[in-house]
Design a protein around this ligand. Sequence first.
Ligand code: FES
Length: 161
Amino acid sequence: MSVEPDALRARIRAAIGSQTKSNINVLSSLHAVLDDMGYIPQEAIEEVADYMRATINEVWGVASFYTNFRFTPPGENVVEICWGPTCHLLGAPEILDAVQGRLGLADEGETEDNRVSLKYNTCLGACSQAPVMMVNHRLAGRISVESALRRVEGLEAGGGH
Ligand code: FES
């Protein structure tokens, strides 16, 4: 995902300016960018500082405090594997192992070609269908190693959107 610098800044400013709540601050502005772009580019730190009349250090201090902010673009597709107790008991470890192996990852994160982001989840809220995974916000229940791999391979082949 490459975006022209001016277009990137315009998009960031639009996201910051689109906030409608009465209490707009550095944190809410960072969230607005994250919601729109899926990550917080370096330029957003500068734009939020400008908008909130804060220093870059102040904005960076807030941004780096929260572990749910990410500063690199997510993969084109997002695969979440539930690691919660029910899914764990019903086979999540084997599924996670297989999916990581297929994607060439040792942990959460992005594949080298940035086609897939892998995330763990502590409960996707569908324990009755465990084990569960989510691919681009679509839930799949009672998955097996084979069906999980099929879904992931479909993304690598260009599907998933
Ligand atoms: S533990 Fe996996 S969906 Fe709840």
